[in-house]
Design a protein around this ligand. Structure first.
Ligand code: PLP
Length: 412
């Protein structure tokens, strides 16, 4: 009776969270930052300042739209960052970007509606939207010519994570963003640009966001366009603040506000007031370069060890940013759902590719997180994964016929 809410991927996400707290277990599954670098002292001071500054207001129910000074701060930041005429009417503060995804599903998707989503697709979005019963079409970046204006016209919205996607870590080129934007404008559909990994630029810099590309073409104030941008402080400060935001046309923000009101009345005023103190004090400018340096070391440690330990079974591109390495199996006999069970037996976890496929059929790839664990722990995790792969292949070599491997890039 709960079937619309419960799925294998909901369940697997819950499992990852429990692995994270087992001391004998190495979890490379969750998309979690390194907890040892959390700026706890800065947050403690900011909490004191927020309470002194706002008093009981910081402890009260607040406006559904979000704490106004923080909304103004985010509106100015987004206007500066994108060149779009973003005003407070364009901004809703949310409990993380995840709440933005959930609310967007509630206001935009009617059962059977088509969603064109970057494939493989962030599991949190699939989980949030599953009860709305959408159907999915894979977004094939427009330079390949597959996602046509007609496909977009038939869709309720397009969903993409162009910066260091979850799960693949891929960075979409500026030309592909521009081409997609032009088709979206022609088709008259919405486009959700989900951008949590923007701060985690490990090699080089990212190009303009799709919102920025649209800001170059469209100057109406407040912003009226089809791009819905989701931002968050989860990766640049801490996920525990649960502060994120949606930037969109005012009519859409108004619908989201009603949806948020019935979801949680309003976000915590305290964490919003603390977030404002942290942003005004410029914490991100010192904190982000520090974690980026650490994450680069971790990514390199993982990829170097994996090249020796896993290279015979998997291939991957070193991601230029974000939190994940997406490893594709070279061996058609490997079913990554089955490998997952063997990995758990060796006390190591990754996320099997199937949870990033709306139909659960992508069983030839795994997502490995490199930010949560120190380099030496990652090296041990990869060694365990190699052992699990060897044991798995030994155990099924006589039993399993080779599978036809899915190549990804399109949904059935
Ligand atoms: C692509 C993507 N969108 C949204 C989120 C949710 O982030 P938040 O912590 O802001 O809710 C995540 C979390 O990792 C993510 O990877």
């Amino acid at each position: 009776m709960f079937s619309r809410w419960i799925s294998a991927s909901n369940d697997i996400t819950r499992q990852f969270l429990s692995f994270g707290v087992r001391p004998d277990f190495i979890s490379m599954a969750g998309g979690l930052p390194a907890a040892e670098f959390y700026p706890a002292a800065a947050i403690s001071h900011a909490t004191g300042r927020a309470l002194a500054r706002w008093g009981a207001k910081a402890l009260d129910y607040g406006p559904v739209e979000g704490f106004l000074p923080l909304r103004q701060h985010i509106a100015e930041r987004m206007a500066r960052q994108t060149g779009c005429a973003v005003t407070t009417d364009n901004v809703l503060l949310t409990a993380g970007a995840m709440q933005g995804l959930d609310l967007l599903g509630k206001i935009l998707i009617d059962p059977g509606d088509r969603v064109v989503a970057q494939y493989p697709t962030y599991v949190g979005a699939l989980d949030a939207w599953r009860p709305r019963l959408p159907s999915y079409e894979a977004l094939d970046w427009v330079q390949n010519g597959v996602t046509t204006v007609d496909v977009l016209r038939a869709a309720k919205f397009v969903y993409t994570v162009p910066n260091y996607s979850n799960p693949t870590g891929a960075l979409v080129s500026t030309a592909a963003r521009q081409a997609l934007l032009e088709k979206v404008l022609e088709a008259g559909t919405w486009l959700i640009e989900d951008d949590p990994y923007l701060p985690l630029q490990l090699d080089g810099a990212v190009g303009p966001s799709i919102l920025e590309l649209h800001g170059r073409m469209e100057k109406a104030e407040p912003y009226q366009g089809p791009v819905i941008y989701l931002g968050t402080l989860s990766k640049s400060i801490v996920p525990g603040l649960r502060v994120g935001w949606a930037v969109a046309a005012p009519e859409l923000i108004q619908a989201l506000v009603l949806a948020k009101q019935s979801a949680d009345l309003a976000s915590s005023m305290l964490t919003q007031a603390v977030a404002l103190e942290l942003l005004e004090a410029g914490l991100e400018q010192t904190h982000v370069p520090h974690v980026v340096h650490q994450y680069r070391e971790r990514r390199d440690a993982l990829c170097t060890t994996a090249a020796t330990e896993l290279g015979q079974w998997f291939e991957w591109e070193t991601p230029p940013g974000g939190m994940f390495v997406w490893m594709r199996s070279r061996n058609p006999a490997i079913d990554t759902d089955a490998l997952y069970e063997h990995a758990v037996a060796e006390k190591v976890a990754f996320v099997p590719g199937s949870v990033f496929d709306p139909h659960g059929r992508l069983r030839s790839a795994i997502r490995v997180n490199f930010t949560r664990n120190a380099p030496a722990v990652l090296e041990e995790g990869i060694a365990r994964l190699a052992l699990a792969t060897r044991r798995y292949l030994d155990s099924n070599s006589l039993r399993t016929k080779p599978r036809v491997q899915r190549t990804g890039g399109s949904l059935p």
